[in-house]
Design a protein around this ligand. Structure first.
Ligand SMILES: NC(=O)c1ccc[n+]([C@@H]2O[C@H](COP(=O)([O-])OP(=O)(O)OC[C@H]3O[C@@H](n4cnc5c(N)ncnc54)[C@H](O)[C@@H]3O)[C@@H](O)[C@H]2O)c1
Length: 275
């Protein structure tokens, strides 16, 4: 039995691969614990398509404010530059938030403080990587170094302006090649499509300056993989995920969608497994 007296009302901003996946999960698996009360996307056609697929009532909202009025918890799953403003607006309305666009929340202490002042919870799923639970534990003591190695197929880097500037021709790459090695801030600047993973590690570890990011490609790679090595007072951890990509958005790993679903499930059911 749920620990709540009534079902939690959920609003989703962004009806793409992640938002759509979580909406389907709510309507199939979480009906006892929560109900979908709002969908919002700047492409309104996506809202209607998803609403019809779910055979839902009039839950399409035509503004962020209307969405926030309809829910207790907002799930942010947009690919926008305005993520911070969207999350801030949710806290100003005293709504809890599950945020998927973690890359936009790096160095966002002001938002974390606002959530606390407004009595709201901000939940950041582990996303496409393993080991966030252990990194959080390790951060209580000293972390000496974190290495993140991201491997993606060549087409994961198509039209990347940084590679063009560097004169790197993806078509000419015939073997495993390091495209970038450096700190989190530079990785975010030059490879914005990889920022979520690096940002989640940085926020969880509170040790951004100890992180080295290495980005590799090869004609032989078929999936996105993320390998993390953490060394600290606790010892050493190595994790690796080899991720199947979402059929709806090849830049998004299926595990990231599942991670959002699990975070919502735990919040609704009042459990918290893992650190
Ligand atoms: N945490 C992780 O590990 C992880 C992994 C993959 C993706 N992500 C992030 O999650 C977010 C969503 O990913 P996705 O694969 O579902 O993207 P997607 O492109 O499939 O869908 C995003 C949707 O957001 C909508 N949108 C854009 N700007 C908006 C705005 N201002 N207001 C409302 N809707 C808006 C778009 O129209 C689109 O329908 C992205 O920021 C992505 O980088 C996080």
């Amino acid at each position: 039995m749920s620990y709540r007296k009534r079902r939690l009302k959920i609003g989703i901003v962004g009806c793409g691969a992640i938002g759509g996946g979580i909406a389907r999960y709510i309507s199939k698996e979480l009906k006892k614990d929560c109900q979908l009360t709002g969908l919002y996307d700047i492409q309104y056609g996506r809202v209607e398509k998803l609403r019809r697929e779910l055979s839902a009532g009039p839950i399409g909202r035509n503004s962020l404010t209307a969405l926030l009025k309809s829910c207790d918890l907002m799930i942010e799953a947009v690919n926008a530059n305005s993520t911070r403003e969207i999350v801030r607006e949710a806290f100003l309305h005293k709504r809890n938030v599950i945020a998927m666009s973690v890359g936009k929340l790096l160095d966002a202490q002001d938002l974390f403080d606002l959530a606390r002042r407004r009595g709201c919870r901000l939940l950041i799923p582990s996303g496409a990587i393993a080991g966030i639970d252990a990194i959080k534990s390790a951060s209580i003591a000293r972390i000496r170094k974190i290495n993140l190695t991201t491997r993606k197929p060549l087409n994961g880097f198509a039209n990347n302006p940084y590679l063009t500037r560097k004169g790197i021709d993806l078509a000419a790459i015939k073997k495993e090649t390091v495209l970038f090695k450096g700190n989190v801030d530079s990785a975010i600047k030059f490879f914005p499509q990889n920022i979520n993973v690096a940002a989640t590690i940085a926020i969880a570890s509170q040790a951004k300056d100890k992180i080295t990011v290495c980005i590799m490609t090869s004609p032989k790679y078929k999936n996105n993989s993320h390998e993390i090595e953490i060394v600290g007072d606790f010892g050493r951890i190595v994790t690796r995920t080899d991720n199947v990509v979402s059929p709806e958005n090849p830049r998004t790993s299926y595990l990231a969608i599942l991670s959002g679903m699990q975070t919502l499930k735990q919040f609704c059911q009042g459990t918290g497994i893992g650190t």
